[in-house]
Design a protein around this ligand. Structure first.
Ligand SMILES: Cc1ncc(COP(=O)(O)OP(=O)(O)O)c(N)n1
Ligand SMILES: Cc1ncsc1CCOP(=O)(O)O
Ligand SMILES: [Mg+2]
Length: 468
C-alpha cells in the first residue's frame, strides 16, 4: 500500500486533550498513520473531573463518517464513547456497509477515569449483534465485570470471544495487576506481563491503547504484535505522566517542628539556607487559619531558596497558598479527592505502614509514599507499628517483586547513622524532623549544611532510585 494508512477515531471530544479524539489523533500521528475523526460527544472535563457530556446527534455522526469513508481509504476504526447501543449499532453497520473489510476496534468506555458513568446497565447479551462486526474489543477489568451477568466474567469472556477478539486490560485487576490478556477465537490466550505497575487510571490511557492497536494493525502488524507494541507504547505514555519526574533527585524532606509558628518558620528558613530542597510544613493543634498564615510565609521562604513545599493534612491551604503539594495520612482526605481539588500539577504524598498500603496508594495517582515509622519517635502521636531496617528491606523487596516503582521515603526517629543502611534498601530518601530541628543558629549553619548534603548524597548515589 502506498503512503501512510488512514485510521478513523469515532469518539468524544475532551477539551483538555488528554483523552478522546485528541489523544487518539496524537497517538496516531506519533505512530505514523493518518488520523481522521468523527466526534460523538462534547464533554466538559479536565484530567481529573468530567462534569458534562453532550451527545452529538446520531445523524451528524453518520454524516461525519460518510464523508470520511467516501474521501479516504480508511483501514481501521477505533470507537470510543457512544451514547447508546442504537447509535453504536448504526455506526458499526454503516462502517461495514461502506467497507466490509474495515477493522473495527471498540473500546467500551462505560465509566470515565474520573468516575462519570456513561453506561451502567449494558450486558454482553445486548451486544451480540454488534460484536459480530467488531474485530477487537478492549474492556478493562471493571468493564468486563460490569458487562457480566451475576459477576460471571468467565462466561462474558466466552460470549465475547465466540464473536470477536478480546483484549482484556489488567490495570484494575487485584490478582495479577497489569497483566493484559488477548483472547482470540479458537486460540489459546496470550498474556502480556506488565513491565512496571504504573498508574493505569491516568486519564486517556485506554484511548491511547486502543488507538495504538488500531494504528499498529493498519501498519500491517498481526493482532498479537499490535497488542504487544500498543501496550509498550501505552507504558511509555503512562511513564511520561506529568509529574512523574517531579521528585527526581530529591531525597531529603524536612518536616517542620516548633512550639510556636514562628519557630516552625525559623526552622524552615535554617534548613533552606543550609541547602534543604524539600520542606513539609507540619503544624498540629493550631486552627486552619493559623496554618494558612504560616503556609503563606513558608511558600515565600521556599520560593526564595528554590525548595519545594508540602503542606501536611490541609489540602485547601496547600491550594490557597500555591504550595507544591500536600501530605495525606490515613485519616485525611483520600488522594483521589485531593487530586480533584488540586489538579495534576500538585505533588501528593501519602502515609503507608505496609506493602498492602503502598500497593493500594500506588493506584491512586499519588507521587510519593512516606513509609514508617522506622523507630519510635516523640514527634508523632499514635504511631503505627515500628518497621525497623528489616521492615524496610522486606517491603522494598516486595515492591520490586510486584513491580511497583513509586518514590518511597522512610520516616520516624531516623538519625544520621541510619542513612547508609536505609539507602541500601532502594528507598528514594528520608523524611526527618528532630534530626534537623532546633539546630542551629547562623554560626552552626555550616554544620547543618554539611549534614544535609551528606544525607542527600547517601540517597543520590543509589542508581536504582536515582533513575526513577
Ligand atoms: C513524609 C511523611 N510521611 C508520613 C507522614 C505522616 O502523616 P500522617 O499519617 O498524616 O500523620 P501526621 O503527620 O499528619 O501526624 C508525614 N507527615 N510525612
Ligand atoms: C510525621 C511522622 N510520621 C511518622 S513518624 C513522624 C515524625 C518524624 O519525625 P522525627 O524525625 O522527629 O522522628
Ligand atoms: Mg496527616
Amino acid at each position: 500500500m502506498m503512503g501512510n494508512p488512514y485510521i478513523l477515531t469515532i469518539a468524544g471530544h475532551d477539551p483538555c486533550g488528554g483523552a478522546g479524539i485528541t489523544a487518539d489523533l496524537k497517538t496516531m500521528e506519533d505512530l505514523g498513520v493518518h488520523g481522521l475523526s468523527a466526534c460523538t460527544a462534547l464533554t466538559v472535563q479536565s484530567d481529573t473531573v468530567l462534569k458534562k457530556c453532550e451527545w452529538t446527534d446520531a445523524g451528524l455522526i453518520v454524516e461525519q463518517i460518510e464523508i470520511l469513508m467516501e474521501s479516504y481509504p480508511v483501514q481501521a476504526v477505533k470507537i470510543g464513547i457512544i451514547e447508546d447501543l442504537e447509535v453504536l449499532n448504526t455506526i458499526v453497520h454503516l462502517l461495514k456497509a461502506k467497507d466490509p473489510g474495515i477493522r473495527i476496534i471498540w473500546d467500551p468506555v462505560l465509566r470515565s477515569g474520573s468516575g462519570y458513568d456513561f453506561h451502567n446497565r449494558i450486558k454482553v447479551r445486548d451486544l451480540h449483534g454488534i460484536l459480530e462486526h467488531c474485530d477487537l474489543v478492549t474492556p478493562n477489568y471493571n468493564e468486563i465485570r460490569a458487562l457480566s451477568e451475576n459477576g460471571n466474567t468467565e462466561k462474558a469472556i466466552r460470549e465475547i470471544t465466540s464473536r470477536c477478539h478480546l483484549f482484556l486490560k489488567g490495570g484494575h485487576r487485584n490478582d495479577r495487576k497489569g497483566m493484559d490478556i488477548l483472547y482470540r477465537k479458537g486460540m489459546p490466550p496470550v498474556e502480556f506481563s506488565p513491565k512496571d505497575i504504573l498508574n493505569t487510571d491516568r486519564h486517556g490511557s485506554g484511548c491511547v491503547l486502543s488507538s495504538a492497536i488500531a494504528a499498529y494493525l493498519a501498519l500491517g502488524n498481526s493482532l498479537e504484535d499490535s497488542c504487544e507494541q500498543a501496550k509498550e507504547y501505552t507504558y511509555r505514555f503512562l511513564n511520561n505522566a506529568p509529574g512523574r519526574d517531579r521528585l527526581k533527585g530529591i531525597t531529603l524532606q524536612y518536616i517542620s517542628q516548633g512550639t510556636t509558628i514562628d519557630e516552625h518558620l525559623k526552622n524552615i528558613r535554617n534548613i533552606c539556607v543550609a541547602g534543604g530542597d524539600w520542606i513539609q510544613l507540619r503544624i498540629k493543634d493550631h486552627p486552619e487559619k493559623e496554618v494558612f498564615e504560616a503556609a503563606r510565609e513558608a511558600v515565600k521562604l521556599c520560593r526564595a531558596y528554590g525548595a519545594k513545599l508540602i503542606i501536611d493534612d490541609h489540602v485547601s491551604v496547600a491550594k490557597a497558598v500555591g504550595a507544591d503539594g500536600v501530605h495525606l495520612g490515613k485519616n485525611d482526605l483520600p488522594a483521589g479527592e485531593a487530586r480533584k481539588i488540586l489538579g495534576p500539577g500538585f505533588i501528593i504524598g501519602a502515609t503507608a505502614n505496609t506493602t498492602e498500603d503502598i500497593e493500594h496508594l500506588a493506584g491512586t495517582g499519588i507521587d510519593y509514599i512516606g513509609l514508617g515509622p522506622y523507630r519510635f519517635t516523640h514527634t508523632k502521636k499514635n504511631l503505627s507499628p515500628v518497621l525497623g531496617l528489616a521492615g524496610y528491606s522486606r517491603i522494598m523487596e516486595q515492591l520490586r517483586q510486584k513491580k511497583i516503582y513509586i518514590p518511597v521515603v522512610a520516616i520516624g526517629g531516623i538519625g544520621l547513622k541510619d542513612m547508609g543502611p536505609l539507602s541500601e534498601t532502594g528507598l528514594q530518601g528520608v523524611a526527618v524532623s528532630s534530626l534537623l530541628s532546633d539546630a542551629k543558629e547562623p554560626s552552626t549553619h555550616s554544620g547543618l549544611r554539611e549534614t544535609i548534603a551528606r544525607i542527600q548524597q547517601y540517597f543520590n548515589q543509589t542508581p536504582e532510585v536515582a533513575s526513577r
